[in-house]
Structures are given as C-alpha cells and as structure tokens.
Write a protein that binds this ligand. Structure first.
Ligand SMILES: Cc1cc2nc3c(=O)[nH]c(=O)nc-3n(C[C@H](O)[C@H](O)[C@H](O)COP(=O)(O)O)c2cc1C
Length: 389
C-alpha cells in the first residue's frame, strides 16, 4: 500500500473522497439546505488573521489542559458523530487513536459501536445523547453509559429538522444485504479499497445504532432512531435541568450559538458548553460558531467551560478559537477523513497534524503558554461579530 501518511486535513479529505463511496462521502461533507453555514464555518476562520512576531519566538508551549475534568494532551477533543459506514472499526478505532494521543472523545448515541467497547479502548469517553424517545429510555441510556464508565454527558440540542439539501441527499440504505448491495453496486464497486476493508472483517456495512435501544430491544437502524428523535417534542430548559441533575457529573450542552442561551444552559446545570451549529446542520445561515464565541464567553464568564466546534481544519484554527476565548475545541469532519483513509492510524495522523499546527502557531506568535493567547493576537475584520443577543 502507498504511504498512508498525510500532511494536512485537506489531503486526508481528498483521499477520503477517492476512497469512500460517493453516498458515504457526501453524507459526511454535507450541510443543511444550501450549505451556507457549513462553508461559512470554514471561511470565517480564513477571515481571521494572526499577528506573528519574528525575533523572540519561543520554542513552543505546553499544550496539555483539562477538558470536562479529563486531562488532555492538547485543547482538542473528538466531537461525537453518527459514523456512517466510514470504516469497519468505526468509533473503536477513534477511541484507540485518541487514547494513544491522550485526548478525550465524544461518542454519539447514533454511533456504530457499543459504548462498552469504546470506553474499553479510551476510558476518557463522554457519551452524547439527543432528546429522543420517552424520558425513561433517556434515563436508561444514561444509566448504561454510566455503568460502562462514560466520564461525562453531552446533550446535543442543535440538530435541525430541515431536510432538503440543494445538492441532493444521497440515498442511504438502512441495512446492506445482498439485494441492496447490488442496487448500490455502481457506487460501491468503484471503491475497491473501501469494500476490501469491510470484506476483511467478513461483513457488510450496516447502519445499526447499538447505543440507542433500551430494555433489551433489538438494535435499530439509524433511520428508526432518527424517526424517534423527530417524533419527540423538543425539551424545555427545565427538561435539560432535570437531565443534568440526573446525570450528576460533567455535563455539556452542545449547540449553543447565543449568549442568552448560554446563560440558561449554565442555570440548567451545564458544566460545559460547545458553541456549535452542528457542523452546518442546524438551520442553514446560523452563524459560524467562531463568530458568536466571544458573545458566549462574555455571557457565562468562568461559570462553565466554553468550547466550540465547527470548521476546525488546522492547528491555527484552534489557536484562533483559544485567542477568542474558547478553552478547547472539538473536531468533527477532520477526524472522519482520517478514519476513512487509514482507520486508527488516520485519526492519529489528524491529531498529529492539528497538534503540529498549534505548536507552530504558538511559536510564531511568541507564546510560551496557552494562557497568553488573547484577541490581540488575532486580526479581526471590523464587522466579523454579529450584534450580541
Ligand atoms: C456526518 C456527521 C455526523 C454527525 N453526527 C453527530 C451526532 O451524532 N451527534 C452530535 O452531537 N453531533 C454530530 N455531528 C456534529 C459534530 O459533532 C460537530 O458538531 C461538527 O461536525 C463540527 O463541525 P466540523 O465537521 O466542521 O468540524 C455530526 C457531524 C457530521 C459531519
């Protein structure tokens, strides 16, 4: 096999595009509707400049920090994603990679591997749930996560109900049996290396979500679980407070994009927030998280740990987010590209790329500690931030 190492997330993405069936690739790359937010998440970072120094650069800064009570080798963690047949080892490969690199991970309740297997590979796992199904089954999911050893809960509130995508959603089967495999043959057969990775494990990809069922029910397919989420009335802040007190441990509300909501999340018991628009999968045109990050930080101060996710593709993006007030960031698509290209090794590669980029940027800015970063290190266009709520 050619050298699987890649030097940037962009290279990993290009290779993933070649390797994955078109339907799988486009399900990952996609954002809601016109994809305005999905691309804005990235272009907003491009609009921010950095102010390097020349003589007097440092030899780097220690990058280790604490994320939701967990020691982390850098201010980066893995954001939960419902992995869509990217690699047969799925979240277990991600867990091994993050454990090897000393960073925590979030596991989606729509992920493809049981939480017990993921925690066994990385004990620094946070479990992510949606407000889906009846309240008893949410409790059962939390109990199972606790029993498995999850060290925190992430509740994601920003998935949107908008379906139509201008580029046309791929057709994704619920399960791949022989008949479906034949139907999808034109898409899949052009991707022999991807097919081979599944064939080696003597199985076909399926979209089962093993962390969703409760009470001994069979593992539902992704769309069945999605339907359960769609059919559940959205929670109130009192509901979220109930969830936080029931969990009674590190508790992140993911998806906040406004200062007033950040305060409510803290009042409800959040110990962490991720400023996020679900990677451009909330209602389209919701602002890039980096644009609303300072508003959220100003609203909650140090009452909870403020993180952000959306559009992080390089270490300098992480430094920009930290300079604007985030304590850490979460990676989404970036690690999925690495996973697609080279399984565990690909995720490690992505984490190394990000780490290398943070280190280079810290040196260039002349910093010897993450605490030294401030908005003064960033060149910010005058109309970059929207008016605060
Ligand atoms: C394919 C895909 C699946 C996702 N599934 C989930 C999920 O199950 N739970 C969740 O909280 N967020 C999910 N997200 C959102 C990510 O956790 C994260 O917020 C987003 O990907 C960050 O943006 P980025 O991809 O630009 O880094 C998903 C994102 C993608 C691209």
């Amino acid at each position: 096999m050619a050298n699987p190492w890649f030097e940037s997330v962009a290279v990993a993405r290009a290779r993933a595009k070649k390797r994955l069936p078109r339907s799988v690739y486009s399900a990952i790359v996609a954002g809601a509707e016109a994809g305005v937010s999905a691309s804005e998440n990235i272009s907003a970072f491009d609009q921010l400049g950095l102010r390097p120094i020349t003589a007097g650069q440092t030899t780097g800064a220690p990058l280790d920090t604490t994320i939701m009570g967990q020691a982390s080798s850098m201010p980066v963690m893995i954001s939960p994603t419902g992995v869509q047949a990217v690699h047969p080892d799925g979240e277990v490969a991600v867990a091994r990679a993050t454990a090897a690199r000393g960073v925590p991970m979030g596991l989606s309740s729509f992920g493809s591997k049981p939480i017990e297997d993921v925690v066994a590979a990385n004990p620094q796992t946070f479990f992510q749930i949606y407000w889906a199904d009846d309240r008893d089954s949410m409790s059962a999911r939390m109990e199972r996560a606790k029993a498995a050893g999850a060290v925190g809960l992430i509740v994601t509130l920003d998935w949107s109900f908008s379906h139509g995508r201008d580029w046309g959603s791929p057709s994704i089967p619920e399960k791949i049996d022989f008949k479906v495999a034949l139907e999808h043959a034109p898409d899949v057969l052009t991707r022999p290396r991807w097919l081979l990775s599944w064939a080696k494990q003597r199985r076909l990809p399926d979209l089962g979500v093993p962390n969703f069922p409760t009470g001994g029910a069979p593992v539902p397919g992704f769309f069945e679980a999605y339907g359960a989420w769609m059919g559940t009335p959205p929670p109130t802040w009192d509901d979220i407070a109930g969830l936080a007190s029931e969990w009674n441990g590190p508790f992140m509300v993911k998806g906040i994009g406004r200062g007033d909501e950040a305060k409510r999340a803290v009042d409800a018991g959040a110990t962490a927030i991720s400023v996020s628009n679900h990677g451009g999968n909330n209602i389209d045109s919701s602002p890039a998280p980096i644009r609303v990050l300072p508003e959220v930080v100003a609203a909650v101060g140090d009452q909870c740990q403020v993180m952000m996710d959306g559009g992080i593709r390089r270490g300098s993006d992480v430094v920009k987010a930290l300079a604007l007030g985030a304590e850490a960031v979460m990676l989404g698509r970036a690690y999925l590209w690495g996973l697609a290209v080279n399984g565990q090794g690909g995720v490690e590669n992505v984490l190394d790329v990000i780490r290398g980029g943070i280190d280079a940027t810290m040196r260039g800015l002349g910093k010897s500690s993450l605490d030294e970063l401030s908005p003064d290190d960033v060149v910010i266009p005058h109309d970059f931030f929207p008016p605060a709520t």
